[in-house]
Design a binder for this molecule. Structure first.
Ligand SMILES: NC(=O)C1=CN([C@@H]2O[C@H](COP(=O)(O)OP(=O)(O)OC[C@H]3O[C@@H](n4cnc5c(N)ncnc54)[C@H](OP(=O)(O)O)[C@@H]3O)[C@@H](O)[C@H]2O)C=CC1
Ligand SMILES: O=C1O[C@H](COP(=O)(O)O)[C@@H](O)[C@H](O)[C@H]1O
Length: 529
């Protein structure tokens, strides 16, 4: 059984469930949504549409299990899987198992979790099947006010019909209904607008939670605190001091098995237009009026509005080719994937430069770089400061760089110059280093999806994408995406497992980012204690 212990993470002042969780532990759980009050034992239904799919097995079921296990969900909850397949909860459980990370002592809670799970097979376009789902939810709610949360773990082709069916057949009668939508949110400005118009015709913006899971990552959420909770960064956070900002995402594997999906979208839509641009907004936005979700999202939109559409001369595109010497075995190129058309020009690597035309950032390049089948897994932000002016030292000081490493291994380090320790008066490059697994070795950092799904229960939209953010993001990338497609711009080849096309480094250099190759990180520094 669940204990009364209350863990509260990631709460903002408005997050009703966090208050609720506290009240729940006091047995006086009250949620105010649309002016309605609830008792903590009110029923909650979490419905996973697309329950038989990859996303559901790999991410959504594991996430709700971890939240359940950690007592972060309302105590009166059931989970409904819905998909076309004639599958069962047992089968879903079997498919999810390797992603659930169940510890030995958690067997009892794990069994309880699956007892709360149900499955309904139904078609996405069948009103009758959604009515059936609704009846089951009603039976569970038993006339008591219930809250419903629908997770669209589905291909975008069925978003429209599924949301119509939810609207017409499955809304909570007196409680709240929230819809979590996964990317892709359209393929370009027009298709995204069409989807937004459709969703807005059915739901209010407060009912819609557009997930960008990078907004749930520790170091991405940390950007605001770092910038606005410290005195030292803000005064230098501008065009007078910063030379260039590089935001990158690298994956060491190709599209293996997902070529069919990926080829329709490409790396710009898959990573740059959403994850990297979201990070950019948090790096560049002005201080919001408060930590209220809409104050933050207003600032993000303002930054986006200052960015002109990405131009062809400001982008390097790449597509990986096979590497016969791949680690241990040959690595196939993108076009060798059977699910990819042989003449595909879809980029698997892209590096683009954006400019923010405002008083703070005028002239500072923001370089977004992302790619698959590269040499390592890495996501990070590098804020590179300008050269020291009026230098007095022999041997020019290297530029300061603030590195915010999102993954793997969350860390924050500032590269800086010191006097070489000892008798000499030479300079040496070193770092101020905040490595999370050393400094916070006793803290378990939750997975991005855990934070975000909990936020949905909380009613906190701080880390979700608002419709106007989305349309600004598409405005910036749609012209280049169309140009690549209509003019069939060929990406540059790069070898699987390499750093990507060398032209990307040239573009970076031309955008005032200096890589010297002189910085040396000594990983195992011995403690003198
Ligand atoms: N707290 C910690 O754990 C810390 C760890 N370190 C580690 O030390 C190592 C080095 O630190 P780091 O800050 O990366 O130092 P560097 O200045 O050496 O930067 C290295 C990165 O620069 C990029 N690069 C390589 N060649 C070029 C080029 N010609 N032009 C432009 N960019 C280039 C590469 O990234 P890409 O391929 O993405 O372009 C490379 O990873 C890293 O592994 C880092 O994680 C450092 C400090 C603290
Ligand atoms: O959204 C996506 O993200 C993943 C990478 O996510 P991460 O949390 O593992 O960094 C990427 O593999 C996928 O192509 C993309 O759609």
């Amino acid at each position: 059984m669940h204990s009364d212990k209350c863990h509260v993470i990631n709460c903002d002042a408005n997050a009703d469930i966090c208050l609720g969780l506290i009240r729940q532990s006091l047995k006086k759980f009250t949620i105010e949504d649309d002016g309605t009050c609830f008792d903590g034992r009110n029923p909650h239904c979490f419905v996973i549409l697309g329950a038989s799919g990859d996303l559901a097995h790999k991410k959504i079921y594991p996430t709700i299990w971890w939240l359940y296990r950690d007592n972060l969900l309302p105590r009166n909850i059931i989970f409904y899987g819905y998909a076309r397949s004639k599958t069962t909860v047992e089968e879903i459980k079997r498919k999810c198992h390797k992603y659930m990370k169940v510890k030995e002592h958690e067997g009892k809670a794990y069994a309880e979790f699956w007892e709360l799970n149900h499955y309904i097979a139904g078609n996405y376009d069948s009103r009758a099947d959604f009515e059936k789902l609704n009846q089951e939810l009603n039976v569970y709610e038993n006339g008591v006010i219930g809250n419903r949360l629908f997770y669209l773990a589905l291909p975008p082709s069925v978003y429209e019909i599924v949301t119509v069916n939810i609207r017409h057949s499955c809304m909570s009668s007196k409680g709240w209904t929230r819809i979590i939508v996964e990317k892709p949110f359209g393929k370009d400005f027009d298709s995204s607008q069409k989807l937004s118009d459709h969703l807005n015709s059915l739901f209010t913006e407060h009912q819609l939670y557009r997930i960008d899971h990078y907004l749930g990552k520790e170091m991405v959420q940390n950007l605001m605190t770092l910038r606005f909770g410290n005195r030292i960064f803000n005064p230098t956070w501008n065009r007078d001091n910063i030379a260039s900002v590089l935001i990158s995402f690298k994956e060491p594997f190709g599209t293996e098995g997902r070529g069919g999906y990926f080829d329709q979208f490409g790396i710009i839509r898959d990573i740059m237009q959403n994850h990297l641009l979201q990070i950019l907004t948090l790096v560049a936005m002005e201080k919001p009026a408060s930590c209220q979700p809409d104050d933050i999202r207003n600032e993000k939109v303002k930054v986006l509005r200052c960015i002109k559409p990405l131009k062809l001369e400001n982008i390097v595109l790449g597509q990986y080719v096979g590497n016969p010497l791949g680690e241990g075995m040959e690595k196939l190129g993108y076009l060798d994937d059977d699910t990819v058309p042989k003449d595909s020009i879809t980029p698997t690597f892209a590096q683009g430069v954006l400019h923010i035309n405002n008083e703070r950032w005028d002239g500072v390049p923001f370089v977004l770089k992302c790619g698959k089948a590269l040499n390592e897994r890495k996501a990070e932000v590098r804020v590179q400061f300008k050269d020291v002016s009026g230098d007095i030292f022999e041997g020019k000081p290297k530029r300061n760089e603030l590195v915010i490493r999102v993954q793997p291994g969350e860390a924050l380090y500032v590269k800086l110059m010191v006097k070489k320790p000892g008798m000499a008066f030479d300079m040496e490059e070193t770092e101020l280093d905040l490595t999370y697994d050393r400094r916070y070795s006793n803290v378990k950092l939750p997975d991005a999806y855990e934070r975000l799904i909990l936020d949905v229960f909380c009613g906190s939209q701080m880390h979700f994408v608002r419709a106007d953010e989305l349309s600004e993001a598409w405005r910036i990338f749609t012209p280049i995406l169309h140009l690549i497609e209509t003019d069939r711009i060929k990406p540059l080849p790069y070898t699987y497992g390499s750093r990507g096309p060398v032209e990307a480094d040239e573009l970076l250099y031309n955008n005032n980012f200096r890589y010297t190759g002189t910085y040396q990180w000594i990983a195992d520094q011995k403690s003198h204690l």
